[in-house]
Design a protein. Sequence first.
Length: 165
Amino acid sequence: MKLAISLLIPTIIDFFTYYFSKKKDREAELRKEKLRCYKDFSSCLARTMEGESTSKDQIAYHHVATQLNLVASSSVICVLNEFMRVTAEPVKKRSKEHYIKVQSNLFRNIRLDLGLKDNGVDQDFFLWSSGIKSELSTNKSERAGPVCNNSVFFITQKCVALACR
């Protein structure tokens, strides 16, 4: 009986050690993938700024935003969907202040999803454009409309309820 117990205890310890190390490896891999996707999203979003956007930039932005559905938390997906709805509105109807609030909320949720703390910082997040028009965007027939220069998103109560489930 003592022999069975002495063999069983190390086996159980090995099992739990293996299980928890694999779990941590999977979590680390997911965090790495999230960071890559969020970096790609931020980069593509910045390239869609007014005056710099080409149709290729617009397509890349929408592809990356769609990929976020695979790795982002439910709160980020909810806010991202609202952001996409707002940026789909005509540019002239968008409120710059509303856009800044929505974009800031999106980036706050992304930071929280990555495990970063704001430490009480309640400032808006901005994307900076170079101010240089793309060579492709100078031809108005080839230029896609700006996605995000003057728009913002707002989390609806429905989205908050979905994210809290």
